[in-house]
Write a protein that binds this ligand. Structure first.
Ligand SMILES: [Zn+2]
Length: 398
C-alpha cells in the first residue's frame, strides 16, 4: 500500500532568503487572487469558468508585459496556487452537491496563511533543504526524510518559516484487526470516551494556554489599529496559536494511533458542521476543531492499520437515547452529567451512555451490511496523509 506523509522542519533563512520567501508567498497569493477574480468575472459574463491549466497559460502570457516581477520567483509558486484554487472550486461544488453549505473560495489576505508550494528540483541535506530559486536554506534541526519527495510547502507561522515535505512510500498491507467494536463519544470535560470504559482527557497545558489565549486576544483587540503595539501583539497571538495547535496535534496523533491500532470498528457521531460555525464559545469551538482533526486522522490511520471507521447519520440521537432500553429521552442540558432514562430509570454517566449507543449502532450496522461496508465508506474520504510533527513548540515563549 502506498501512503503519503509529510515531514515538517523549521527553516533558518538568511536575510536575502527571507525576502525571497516573502516574495514567493506574495506571488502565490497574487496568482490565487488573480485566478479567483478572473473566474468570477468570467462566470458573470459567460456562465462558465476556466481551469487551472488554462489560467496558468494565460498568466504566463501576461507575465512578460504586465507582471515582470513574477520572474523573480519560481514558476511553481503561481502554478501550484492556481491548482489550489482549482481544488477549492472542486471541493466547493462537491460539498454543495452533497447538500452541505460550504463557503465560496475567498480572496487571500496578506500576512494571513502566507504559504506557497514548490515541486521539481528539491534536495534534502542533513541540515538544509534546497528549493528551486531559493537555493539551500538551513534547517533548525537535522532532517530525517524517507521516501520519494513529491513537493515542498513553505509556510510562515507567526514570524517563523517552516517547510513541509510531502513524501510517498510503500508500507506492507495491514493484517485486519478482528476484535473490539467500540463507540467513541466526544465531550467537553473528557475529550473522548470509549464504550469499553477508557476515557481520554485533553492535556493540561492546553487548558492553561487557552486561558492565556483568551487574555491575549482581549488585550490585542484593545490595541490601536495600525500601531506598533498591535503588530507586536499579533505576533505574540500567532505564536500562542501555533503552540496550542502543536500540543493538540501531538495529543490527537497519539490517541488516533492507539485507537486505530487496537480496535476493529470505531464508531463516531457525524459532526454538525453548521452548528460548529455558530458556536462562539472558545473552549467548545476548540474542542470541535480537535474532534474534527481526530476523525480526519482516524480516516487514514484506519486504512494503515487494518481497522474500520464508521460514522453515524447526522441526526443520530446518541446522547438522548437510552443505551439499555432504546427509549428516546428529551434532550439533556449541557450541565447534566448524568443520564437518566425516563422509561427504564437507568442512570449512568452521559458520555458512557452515548458511547454505548454508538457501539450498538456499529454492531447493528456491521451485522446487517458486513464489515467491508464501513471500510468502503472510509476509503472515499481518506487522503492517507499525515503531518509528522518534527517540530515541537519548545522554542516559543521560552
Ligand atoms: Zn431506558
Amino acid at each position: 500500500m502506498k501512503v503519503q506523509k509529510a515531514y515538517k522542519y523549521e527553516l533558518k533563512p538568511n536575510n536575502v532568503q527571507m525576502t525571497l520567501l516573502a516574495k514567493h508567498a506574495g506571488c502565490a497569493r497574487f496568482a490565487y487572487n488573480w485566478g479567483l477574480s478572473r473566474r468570477m468575472e468570467e462566470y458573470k459574463r459567460t456562465g462558465k469558468s476556466s481551469n487551472a491549466i488554462e489560467q496558468h497559460r494565460l498568466l504566463n502570457g501576461l507575465k512578460k508585459t504586465e507582471f515582470p516581477w513574477m520572474y523573480e520567483v519560481s514558476k511553481c509558486a503561481p502554478q501550484e496556487a492556481l491548482r489550489d484554487l482549482q481544488r477549492a472550486y472542486e471541493n466547493f461544488f462537491r460539498r454543495l452537491k452533497a447538500g452541505e453549505n460550504p463557503g465560496f473560495p475567498k480572496l487571500k489576505k496578506k500576512g494571513r496563511n502566507d504559504a506557497f508550494r514548490l515541486t521539481g528540483a528539491i534536495c534534502v541535506y542533513l541540515k538544509a533543504i534546497q528549493l528551486p530559486r531559493l537555493g539551500k536554506i538551513r534547517t533548525k534541526e537535522e532532517t530525517k526524510v524517507k521516501g520519494k519527495l513529491l513537493s515542498a510547502t513553505v509556510r510562515r507561522i507567526a514570524d517563523r518559516w517552516f517547510v513541509s515535505l510531502a513524501v510517498e512510500y510503500k508500507i506492507a498491507d495491514p493484517s485486519p484487526i478482528t476484535e473490539a467494536v467500540v463507540g467513541i463519544d466526544r465531550g467537553l470535560e473528557k475529550f473522548a470516551c470509549v464504550s469499553d470504559g477508557s476515557i481520554f482527557y485533553a492535556p493540561k497545558p492546553l487548558k492553561k494556554l487557552l486561558k492565556k489565549l483568551q487574555r491575549l486576544s482581549r488585550s490585542h483587540s484593545h490595541k490601536v489599529k495600525g500601531s506598533n503595539n498591535r503588530r507586536k501583539s499579533a505576533i505574540k497571538l500567532a505564536r500562542l496559536h501555533y503552540r496550542i495547535s502543536n500540543i493538540r496535534k501531538d495529543f490527537i496523533h497519539k490517541l488516533s494511533t492507539e485507537l486505530a491500532k487496537t480496535k476493529q470498528v470505531l464508531c463516531v457521531e457525524t459532526l454538525n458542521t453548521k452548528g460548529m460555525l455558530q458556536n462562539r464559545h472558545l473552549a467548545r469551538s476548540i474542542s470541535d476543531v480537535a474532534w474534527g482533526e481526530l476523525v480526519r486522522q482516524l480516516e487514514y490511520k484506519c486504512t494503515w492499520y487494518g481497522s474500520h471507521l464508521l460514522k453515524t447519520p447526522v441526526k443520530f440521537p446518541s446522547t438522548r437515547m437510552c443505551s439499555r432500553c432504546g427509549h428516546i429521552n428529551p434532550p439533556l442540558l449541557l450541565s447534566q452529567r448524568i443520564f437518566q432514562c425516563e422509561d427504564c430509570l437507568m442512570e449512568c454517566d452521559r458520555d458512557i451512555n452515548s458511547a454505548k449507543n454508538l457501539e450498538r449502532y456499529a454492531l447493528t450496522t456491521v451485522s446487517s451490511t458486513g464489515i467491508d461496508a464501513c471500510g468502503e465508506a472510509v476509503q472515499q474520504g481518506s487522503s492517507v496523509k499525515q503531518e509528522e510533527n518534527a517540530v515541537y513548540p519548545g522554542g516559543i515563549n521560552g
